[in-house]
Design a protein around this ligand. Structure first.
Ligand code: MYR
Length: 131
């Protein structure tokens, strides 16, 4: 289960990913130390997420398979949805500004939540521990 509070522990290739996303260097530096914390409450196919970071606090509601809008911390707007594939949450999102796709997955591996991001062939991971 994804339920609970997850604190980012480490990143893999996240700065490269953000660079591909067009995030400037100053913001990339800040974003790689954003102390992201996500609280997940899943009830059936409905999710309520609280996202807390040095940038902001936002609450997000979505239902598996249902398209919703999400604004990234820098204001970039995405639209897309999450589905469950086995034990993996898979998100397929499109940037509203350029139409390009961002694929993301969340998976529990051991006692960690691993979120992968892929954009224009560049992959990154953020790895969270329960906290
Ligand atoms: C959620 O489940 O957390 C809400 C929807 C998330 C959509 C995908 C998030 C991608 C954020 C990428 C940030 C990278 C900054 C370049």
């Amino acid at each position: 289960t994804f339920n609970g509070t997850w604190k980012v522990d480490r990143n893999e290739n996240y700065e490269k990913f953000m660079e591909e996303m067009g995030i400037n260097m100053v913001k990339r530096k800040l974003a790689s130390h954003d102390n992201l914390k996500i609280t997940v409450e899943q009830t059936g196919d409905k999710f309520h997420l609280k996202e807390v970071s040095t940038f902001r606090t936002v609450e997000i509601d979505f239902t598996l398979g249902v398209t919703f809008n999400y604004s990234m911390a820098d204001g970039t707007e995405l639209t897309g949805s999450w589905v469950m594939e086995g034990d993996t949450l898979k998100g397929t999102f499109t940037r509203k500004d350029n139409g390009k796709m961002l694929i993301t997955t969340r998976k529990i591996i051991g006692d960690e939540l691993v979120q992968c991001y892929c954009y224009e062939g560049v992959e990154a991971k953020r790895i969270f521990k329960r906290g």
